[in-house]
Each structure stands twice: as structure tokens, then as C-alpha cells.
Design a protein around this ligand. Structure first.
Ligand code: DX5
Ligand code: ZN
Length: 241
């Protein structure tokens, strides 16, 4: 077992250090019957794991809940980045925290954003906010100062293996400008269709955390794929590019 991350996120600290890039493999595309083995494949090359929670209501698919998070917490100390595709995330935030979530991200489309952010802050977990491809940037702008992470969906949520929607890149630009203007440390994350080819596009637009499901877990060498996505994103924003 590789031990890279502390299980608790310190409130008020940025999730990523300045200049840091992170690949967060999504276990949605892993073998759910062998999660411990699947996670071990990538635990040496990244310390973030993206957990997709789908309630069959906010999205037309159902995945995992707190009991599964509790189980996989026993096999790794990686940072658990929980993406809650749920109509009623407020009912479950504490259960996810108790199960071992380090951060939770709630969708702006479900409303109650301010109180959900306050509740995540109270629970001592990272505060994440997500917006879908069809949701305009203006929907999240009033809450940017409340969050640690903004997840700009690069596919319509619900399923893995969809194609990257490049049109949403302009939202990353808006977020970057607003964060700079207001002096905020917000990690910009992208999720959906991320691979070696698309991560550089998102990196140039301002993303620093790259969720990748099928590209990683459907590859013959998941660790090498994580390394390659990281390297491609990093090269895209290195001086001289
Ligand atoms: C989709 C999920 C993603 C999913 C991405 O609703 O939020 O995290 O795992 O899968 P890929 O990387 O295959 O597009
Ligand atoms: Zn996700």
C-alpha cells in the first residue's frame, strides 16, 4: 500500500500547491469487483482518486455510496475526491466525510449552493462545486469565493467514455480571471474525455486537475497512462510552449 496523502484536508489550505498538476483517476471505469487491485495499479503515480457517486436521479445511472467509500478507504490513503452527481447531496455529506472522503463536489444545478458549501466547510472537507456543459459560467461565479475546487464538466455527467467537449474551455478562462481578480486559490478541475490529447487543451485553458476514467483504467498500463497524461498537461503549460 502506497501512503501519499494525509486523509484530512486542512481547512483553508489550497488543495493543490502553486504550479502543481494532478491526475485524478476515476474508478468509474475500473473493475468494481476488484477495486483494491485496480487502485493499487495507480497509487504509486498519483495521490488523488476520483469517486463518481450517481444517484439514478440527477443522472440516469447508479454507482456507489458511503459504504463502498468506507471499504476502499481501508486499502489506500489517497486523497478521495468525491464527485456527487446527486439531487440531494446535503443528506449525505456527513456520511461521505465519515466514510473517508477528503473533498466533495456538488453540482450547482441542484441549488442550495451556499448552504452546501457551508456544510462541507463545517465538516472539514474540501469544498467543490461542479457545473455541467450546458450550465453557463455565471451560475457558479457568485460562489467562487466559497470553494476550493471548481469542476468544469467536459462531458454530460452520468457515463464514462464520452468525447471531450472543447467548447466549455472558455469557462476555465472565466474562472481563472475571476480567481486572479479576487485573489482566490481555486483548483480548476476537468472531468470527461480526458486523455493525453485533451489534457493539454484543458491545461492551456487553466485546468490543473485532470480526471481520467476510461483513458486510465481501460489502458494496458494504467500507471504509465497517468504519467503520460500528467506529462502532456505539464508540457503544454511549460515556458517555451
Ligand atoms: C462522468 C464522470 C466521470 C467519468 C469520466 O459522469 O463524472 O468522472 O468517470 O470518464 P472518462 O474519463 O472515461 O470520460
Ligand atoms: Zn466525475
Amino acid at each position: 500500500m502506497v501512503e501519499l496523502a494525509e486523509p484530512e484536508h486542512a481547512p483553508g489550505l489550497p488543495l493543490l500547491a502553486d504550479g502543481e498538476l494532478k491526475v485524478a483517476p476515476s474508478v468509474l471505469s475500473a473493475d468494481f469487483g476488484a477495486l483494491g487491485t485496480e487502485i493499487a495499479k495507480i497509487a504509486g503515480v498519483t495521490d488523488w482518486l476520483h469517486l463518481d457517486v450517481m444517484d439514478g436521479h440527477f443522472v440516469p445511472n447508479i454507482t456507489i455510496g458511503p459504504p463502498v467509500v468506507t471499504s476502499i478507504r481501508k486499502c489506500t490513503r489517497m486523497f478521495f475526491d468525491c464527485h456527487l452527481m446527486m439531487t440531494d447531496p446535503g443528506e449525505y455529506l456527513e456520511a461521505f466525510r465519515d466514510a473517508g472522503a477528503n473533498s466533495c463536489s456538488v453540482h450547482v444545478e441542484v441549488g442550495e449552493t451556499e448552504s452546501l458549501c457551508a456544510e462541507m466547510r463545517r465538516l472539514g472537507i474540501g469544498v467543490g462545486l461542479v457545473l455541467n456543459p450546458q450550465t453557463p459560467y455565471e451560475a457558479v461565479a457568485p460562489y467562487l469565493h466559497l470553494v476550493d475546487l471548481l469542476l468544469v464538466m467536459t462531458v454530460h455527467p452520468g457515463f464514462g467514455s464520452q468525447s471531450f467537449i472543447a467548447d466549455v474551455m472558455e469557462k476555465l478562462g472565466h474562472a481563472r480571471e475571476q480567481a486572479e481578480r479576487e485573489g482566490l486559490h481555486v483548483t480548476l478541475q476537468v472531468d470527461g474525455g480526458i486523455d493525453e490529447r485533451t489534457a493539454p487543451v484543458a491545461a492551456r485553458a487553466g485546468a490543473r486537475c485532470f480526471v481520467a476514467g476510461s483513458a486510465v483504467f481501460h489502458s494496458s498500463d494504467p500507471a504509465e497512462t497517468v504519467r503520460r497524461i500528467h506529462a502532456a498537461a505539464s508540457a503544454a503549460i511549460s515556458p517555451g510552449e
